[in-house]
Design a binder for this molecule. Structure first.
Ligand SMILES: *Cc1c(COP(=O)(O)O)cnc(C)c1O
Length: 459
């Protein structure tokens, strides 16, 4: 299957065999041919899908894990350890500590003074960060920008915390004048800054946000679920100086969420939350009569909200980071290719007569709309977008897969979009997440296909 996998698997079997023979109960036995049939049926069912791993797919934030992650996950799943407690799997607990220390190192936290763990998702990771924020600023609101992920507003409802929305600029980053005005009343205890918004990949001006918030004793949580690993490019030339500065200032945030299952080459089920100050561990304390007996130290089960969680996720991330360490030359090379793809495509779109950029991409997400050089109603543009979107979803090698984004008038720069006639409240545009390094070389082909479809689908 994977190089070295059979040996690694044999090594584990060898380990288990020291306890003597273990007979599988007949109730679990299945004929090989039935197993094969079901797998075949499953493969058939799985074909009802979009080709996320193929270069023609440039739509949503989706891509398959790297083979090392898949192999490591599968191997660790043979043991199926559980991160709920140290007894659930000492080996994967240790691997999790090591990957968390690596993530802390990447963002500039001091591992010995900080606290963190993997989670099943960015949603849970953000929930934990907002929960700690509530405990530290009881009775105060949490603010996130209009471009922030919808999970913040929703999780504030779950936590019974008031949520305030801060306006975003037309590049989708937080409007700092509006932030200052919102903070003036003194009712906001925590501000969520987003490094890599989900729709446009915008990066909030974190150095300024930290300055504004520190002066008022307001907590800053950074949601870098999508964009966190772009920290690896902050010392190079591929990010704008402002975006690079935002990444370099991450260490000033009180908490940070990064999803290895987005840009860390991992299968789903791998988010992370990091707290700058390890003492927040006190909020997690619980008294369980049944899970702990092997350690006096705070361990993963005592510092996370989730109980059962795949130990295999830590194994997969650890193995991946052995091959792609969190450096500019390691995983950074993969991120650099996705960023190159976005820069290239943005340049092609800017020159095109048939497409218009919504805004310059900060990371690797490019949003654009079809244009004819003439005034058009937004309902016409939206219908045209829809036709292009559909035209690409073919079952042959000339396909292209994009995503769509619904935008309101205030999200578009009036200086550039004066030709739009607003006959309805929203306009649908095309969105492309260029998450795969292969996109860097594919972009000219992708652009040609999209332009061809735009011309053909204008009607
Ligand atoms: C994806 C994402 C989330 C949600 O994370 P999940 O892993 O999908 O639960 C939160 N915030 C941002 C900015 C994201 O991109």
């Amino acid at each position: 299957m994977w190089p070295g996998y059979a040996n690694a698997d044999a090594h584990l079997r060898d380990w288990i065999s020291q306890w003597g023979e273990h007979q599988i109960d007949p109730s679990l036995a299945v004929p090989d041919e039935r197993l094969a049939t079901v797998l075949g049926e499953l493969a058939d069912r799985l074909r009802d899908n979009y080709p996320f791993g193929h270069v023609v797919y440039a739509g949503q934030m989706l891509k398959p894990p790297h083979p090392i992650a898949a192999a490591a996950y599968t191997l660790a799943m043979r043991i199926n350890s559980n991160a709920h407690a140290l007894d659930g799997g000492p080996a994967t607990a240790q691997l999790e500590r090591e990957v968390i220390a690596a993530l802390m190192g990447m963002v500039g936290y001091e591992p010995a003074a900080s606290l963190g763990h993997l989670t099943s998702s960015g949603t849970i990771a953000n929930l934990e960060a907002l929960w700690i924020a509530r405990e530290l600023h009881p009775g105060k609101a949490v603010a996130s920008s209009a471009g922030a992920h919808y999970t913040h507003g929703r999780m504030c409802r779950v936590l019974g915390v008031e949520h305030r929305s801060i306006q975003s600029r037309t590049d989708d980053a937080m409007d700092l004048d509006h932030l200052e005005a919102a903070l003036a009343a003194g009712q906001i205890g925590t501000v969520v800054a987003t490094l890599g918004t989900t729709s446009l990949g915008a990066v909030d001006d974190l150095p300024v946000i930290l300055g504004i918030c520190r002066a008022r004793g307001v907590r800053v949580h950074v949601d870098a679920a999508y964009g966190g690993f772009f920290r690896l490019l902050a010392d190079g030339q591929l990010l704008t100086p402002a975006v690079a500065a935002a990444y370099r200032s991450m260490s000033g945030a009180d908490s940070i969420v990064i999803d290895p299952h987005k840009h860390g080459l991992q299968p789903y089920g791998c988010g992370s939350v990091l707290f700058k100050d390890a003492s927040v561990g006190r909020f997690y304390q619980h008294d369980s009569p049944y899970t702990y007996f092997t350690s006096d130290e705070l361990h993963l089960g005592e510092i996370s909200l989730e109980c059962s969680r795949a130990g295999a996720a830590a194994a997969a991330l650890w193995a991946t980071l052995q091959l792609f360490p969190l450096t500019a030359d390691g995983l950074g090379r993969v991120l650099a290719r996705t960023r190159e793809a976005a820069i290239k495509w943005a340049a092609l779109i800017a020159e095109s007569l048939h497409l218009m950029l919504v805004t310059e991409p900060a990371l690797d997400i490019v949003c654009f709309l079809p244009a004819s050089g003439e005034a058009m109603t937004v309902s016409e543009v939206s219908a045209w977008t829809e036709r292009i979107f559909q035209a690409g979803m073919r079952h042959d090698p000339s396909a292209f897969f994009l995503a769509k984004l619904v935008m309101t008038r205030d999200q578009l720069d009036p200086a550039r979009f004066g030709h739009l006639i607003w006959d309805q409240p929203t306009v649908t545009v095309l969105r492309s997440v260029l998450m795969k390094p292969e996109h860097a070389d594919f972009v000219p082909t992708l652009h040609a296909r999209v332009v061809e479809a735009a011309i053909r689908m204008q009607r």
